[in-house]
Design a binder for this molecule. Structure first.
Ligand code: 5AD
Ligand code: SF4
Length: 486
């Protein structure tokens, strides 16, 4: 295969390849809201006719939702979906950059596509999502994986039809990654994965710049969608009989900070009033969480009693170098207020262990905050340096074996409290939205309770998409079993 040197890459992709320095900048101008459907050139509406697409999604809910939008765009230009990579005329990998192992998984997948491309050179292979926003990843793709046809960024999704057209015509790899966020694009088609549960973006980007995190670079500055656009979308979902919506953002609590006198509390209240049976939101940063929001959650029965509130560490020095902008004491004040005002609140968190130079004592503070909060569940990670972030430049004196041991000890706590909280559910009747057959056992149904607990029942397929009462008969650490009651 043809080798390309870095100077050629720079020249060829000037302005279209990512660069971390521009990605860090925050422009003062407000984004323009534009009509996405009008952006799809008429002459492209049939380029996918008779062809199949396959999108493989890695990472968070934001990526899952981006995949729904890309599916909508692809179907609009004639493509049909397939789950079988080998059958697809276009394969898109929607990638995640949050930790090194997430990236390694994607590189493994890209490697496994090489033989397919060799056998079928006319197929198109594309890489998008957070990894495509990283300078070093794009350089690696260009030099070592040059059988990829198209790389596009998180701010360029609406350009997919034109980019596919370019890739079909071009012999060289097409790269279009804008480092700085563009406009807010409304009215793009979506192929939602579920007919009962929907993701609704409310804010794009993140301005928090936690020192370990790549997201503010890959997703750009915080930009709130206009309230009317969000509320119209949710009203439409209600009219289509959707049972649950999740408001999405890297940091949902910052919603409205760039708008005129309209906050997350205002939005939550207006969303709740639409009357969709279940409203959730994720992810919250303790930094922007205010009492007004808690009061709204407490006031409306259709805002679910479940809160994901990442703590990251229980130690004040570590929190400070992480740039989290709260102390252990402030976090606990917020946690206590939530628990006091919202009866039956289930909680979950994110925790990073083995931050550069984390001492045993500092780690013990994380274990002790866990003992205090007794979360229903948690997502726990060993710190992973991300190129371009401030933490990646820090020296680190903690051995990987020590980090892994801390993760193990923390996970033992996670399991202990998950089990304890689930055992407390036995005998209770929970409202469960049935999703479909269980992934592990096709003969039983699975769904989620209001508290976001996975519940299994025996029942007829006609229950799929319904909210039913389930009496819990048995509990395991990460799932519940029960029977249908009136
Ligand atoms: N290393 C390990 N975990 C990370 N997270 C974010 N960045 C990193 C990193 N560099 C975790 C945080 C965040 C979750 C989505 O991923 O806990 O809340
Ligand atoms: Fe990353 Fe912090 Fe923003 Fe969350 S709030 S996306 S951890 S920078």
């Amino acid at each position: 295969m043809k080798k390309i040197n870095e100077a050629t890459i720079k020249k060829r992709f000037e302005g279209t390849a990512p660069d971390m320095r521009s990605a860090k900048k925050r422009s003062k101008t407000a984004p323009t809201v534009i009509d996405g459907e009008a952006l799809i050139p008429n002459h492209l509406v049939n380029i996918g006719a008779g062809k199949l697409y396959c999108i493989q999604t890695y990472g968070c809910q934001m990526n899952e939702h981006d995949t729904e939008i890309m599916s909508g765009l692809l179907e609009m230009i004639g493509y049909t979906s397939t789950d079988v990579v080998e059958d697809a005329d276009i394969v898109i990998l929607n990638t995640c950059a949050i930790r090194e192992n997430a990236e390694n998984k994607v590189f493994g997948k890209i490697g496994s596509l090489k033989h397919l491309k060799k056998e079928n050179p006319e197929k198109i292979f594309a890489v998008c999502g957070c990894m495509s926003q990283e300078e070093d990843v794009v350089t690696t793709l260009l030099t070592k994986y040059n059988y990829i046809d198209l790389i596009f960024g998180t701010h360029n999704i609406h350009r997919l039809p034109s980019l596919i057209d370019d890739a079909m015509k071009s012999k060289a790899m097409v790269v279009e990654v804008w480092s700085q966020e563009g406009d807010i694009v409304e009215n793009l088609p979506r192929e939602r994965a579920s007919k009962t549960k929907a993701w609704v973006n409310i804010i794009y980007g993140c301005d928090k710049f936690c020192t370990y995190c790549i997201v503010p670079y890959t997703r750009g500055k915080e930009r709130s969608r206009m309230p009317k656009d969000i509320l119209d979308e949710i009203q439409e979902l209600k009219d289509q009989d959707y049972k649950e919506i999740t408001l999405l953002g890297q940091n949902v609590n910052a919603y409205g900070k760039d708008l005129d006198a309209y906050s997350m509390a205002n939005l939550l209240e207006d969303v709740a009033k639409i009357g969709i049976p279940r409203v959730r939101f994720t992810t919250s940063h303790p930094w922007d969480f205010d009492s007004e929001m808690i009061d709204v959650i407490a006031k409306y029965d259709n805002i679910m009693p479940q809160m994901h509130l990442p703590v990251q560490s229980g130690n004040n020095e570590i929190l400070k170098i992480m740039g989290r902008n709260y102390t252990r004491e402030k976090y606990l004040e917020l946690f206590d207020e939530l628990k006091a005002k919202i009866p039956g609140l289930a909680t979950s968190t994110d925790i990073i262990v083995g931050y550069p130079n984390e001492t045993e004592e500092q780690f013990l503070d994380t274990l002790s905050i866990y003992d205090y909060c007794q979360y229903d569940t948690a997502f726990t990670f060993v710190y992973s340096p991300r190129e371009g972030t401030p933490a990646a430049k820090m020296d680190d004196n903690v051995d990987l074996s020590v980090k892994k041991d801390r993760l193990y000890r923390l996970n033992e706590k996670v399991k202990f409290y998950a089990n304890q909280n689930n055992q407390a559910m036995v005998g209770k009747t929970l409202k469960v939205l049935i999703d479909g057959p269980s992934q592990k056992d096709e003969t039983i149904l699975a769904g989620y309770s209001e508290e976001l607990k996975l519940v299994h029942i025996k029942g007829d397929e006609s229950l799929i998409g319904q909210i039913v009462n389930v009496k819990i008969t048995e509990a395991k650490s990460f799932n519940l079993y029960g029977e249908l009651v009136e």
